[in-house]
Each structure stands twice: as structure tokens, then as C-alpha cells.
Design a protein around this ligand. Sequence first.
Ligand SMILES: [Zn+2]
Length: 82
Amino acid sequence: MDILKVFTQKEIEEFEDRGDGTLRGICPACGFKEGYEFVIFLETNKAYCRQSKNTFSALEVIALKHGLISCYDKQPLEESNG
Ligand SMILES: [Zn+2]
């Protein structure tokens, strides 16, 4: 699924488009605000939190947004990803 579908239009507009296939913004889980610490990789549909140094799939970002997981104690939702 398209990782951008995880976010509302307003949230997407708040991300900074670097024009390099990434969007930079604030992590929906830890909310770290100094600089752009949450990176969305549009090509791979992954997101990276620089604060927790974890990478997330689109499904995991949904869980982050709903507070089901923290970006620090990430738990795999998909068994097959090795
Ligand atoms: Zn985070």
C-alpha cells in the first residue's frame, strides 16, 4: 500500500518535500521537533525515525499514529520481513 495514504492531506503538506524521493517531518510517535527527524521514502514505502533509529512499513506507521506501538519498542507486524 501507498505509505502516503497513511497520512491526511494536511499532514502531507506539513512534510518537507526535498525533491529527492523523501519527505521530512515530525515523527507521529515520538514527536521529535528539532529538525526533520522523520523521513518517508516514497520509492520503498518505508519511513525512518532518526530519533529511535527504526524503520517502519506503511502498516507500522499506522500503528505508530494510533499509539499501538512506540517507535522505540517497535514490534514487527509482519512475520515475513526477516
Ligand atoms: Zn519516532
